[in-house]
Design a protein around this ligand. Structure first.
Ligand SMILES: [Zn+2]
Length: 411
């Protein structure tokens, strides 16, 4: 399989809810290339987002292709079927060449105990490696084997339709309650290898909170330690189980984790390891910032979005409960927000942790409020066109200066 597609060392998950900002996202990657750092853009949009907005993966593909053609990008890029499962994968098969197989819901599902015994017999080295008794490995096997089998089932389904080597496989387990330890990660990888899933990126749930659109919350040292050990586990899995040599970690809800970027960069350099960083969510908020900055009309529109989001906050937050953390008491009343000037709105929303007016609850609520904008239909899309220049500037700057630079370039 000489021409099997293989994801480069550095890649970034980009994209935006309405598929309008592919160009400034690609410009951020072009800028990185000018610094001598190649970063592969991967446009991703989850089935959940498509469903809420009423959009289709074909549109994500079209937006990516168009940006690539118009900016003359001649390096690889992909379109990711983000967080798909067996039920939702079908409409992604044609337009996508990257599949994030989400099996978080299968963690802890019952599995035939003899299969766990078989796994254990084939992998006596695992208990030895961790100086653990077999019970530990059995315990992990019982917890994850059903999820791995499901990942394999979905992988084969895609493979039958697209052909082996024609797409990139990611396996994600991040949207669950408890993080996976490095030991668990190695067992998971060993069993993915047994199932012959050529996984190129794996998204575990890391320790601490990875809330959407805001900074990391948790023990930084513990995270760094875990991230570093996960990378070592991946190296072992590649070496011992024959998984693809470019296998790397994928960090979901990876945007805005400013306090992690410096340690992450150091660890990646130290291990000479790659990473995939998913950042798509942050772009929609930059869109709102650009609209508010563009002028009175845009500002009125974002205030209207806030008003409706505030009213529907429970319904909007429901699907994202595991990945947001809003303090309702910190949400300003819409009447108050209506009285704000553009700069007050922008500074409440913009992710500047040092700013006294930055409001992380307002930011998270707006993060999940794209449904309100989707409902506005052409009114919202026309506003995007009118404010295009401001928005493009915000999107590109946020992606390059605040994400790409600290993670991949190290500045
Ligand atoms: Zn995820």
């Amino acid at each position: 399989m000489g021409d099997a597609i293989s994801l480069a060392k550095y890649s970034i998950g980009v994209g935006d809810r309405f598929g309008r900002q592919a160009k400034p996202q690609l410009e951020a990657c072009i800028k990185a290339a000018n610094y001598g750092v190649d970063i592969t853009p991967v446009w991703n949009k989850s089935n959940r987002e498509h469903t809420i907005i009423g959009s289709n993966p074909i549109e994500t593909r079209a937006a990516a292709d168009e940006a690539v053609a118009s900016l003359g990008w001649n390096k690889p890029y992909y379109v990711d079927a983000d967080h798909i499962n067996f039920k939702t994968v079908d409409r992604f098969i044609e337009p996508c060449d990257f599949f994030t197989i989400d099996v978080a819901d299968w963690i802890g599902q019952p599995v035939d105990p003899t299969e766990v015994q078989n796994f254990l017999q084939q992998h006596t080295e695992l208990a030895g490696r961790f100086r653990a008794d077999c019970d530990v490995v059995v315990h992990i096997g019982l917890k994850y084997l059903a999820a791995i089998q499901e990942a394999a089932r979905i992988y084969r389904y895609i493979e039958e339709r697209k052909g082996a080597g024609k797409f990139i496989t990611e396996v994600s387990m991040d949207e669950t309650d408890s993080p996976q330890t490095p030991t668990e990660l190695l067992v998971i990888l060993a069993s993915l290898a047994d199932e012959r899933v050529p996984v190129q990126t794996i998204a575990p749930k890391f320790t601490g909170r990875f809330n959407k659109g805001i900074d990391y919350e948790g023990d930084l040292e513990k995270f760094a330690d875990e991230f570093s050990t996960d990378i070592e586990m991946i190296a072992i899995a590649v070496e011992e189980y024959g998984l693809p040599g470019n296998l790397k970690l994928s960090v979901h809800s990876g945007s805005d984790k400013f306090s992690l970027y410096e340690p992450m960069h150091g660890i990646l350099k130290k291990h000479d390891a790659g990473v995939h960083l998913k950042t798509a969510g942050t772009n929609w908020l930059e869109e709102l910032i650009g609209l508010a900055e563009d002028g009175e009309k845009g500002l009125q529109l974002v205030k209207e979005i806030y008003r409706e989001a505030y009213r529907e906050r429970e319904e909007l937050c429901g699907p994202y409960a595991a990945v947001i953390d809003i303090d309702a008491a910190q949400l300003p009343r819409p009447d108050l927000v209506d009285s704000w000037a553009a700069d007050q709105f922008v500074s409440s929303l913009r992710h500047d942790p040092g700013s006294p007016v930055y409001n992380r609850s307002l930011r998270q609520l707006l993060h999940v409020a794209f449904k309100v904008a989707a409902r506005m239909g052409t009114r919202y899309l026309d506003a995007l066109s009118a404010a295009e220049d401001w928005i493009a500037k915000s999107v590109m700057k946020n992606l390059f200066e605040r994400h790409i630079k600290p993670v991949f370039i190290g500045e």
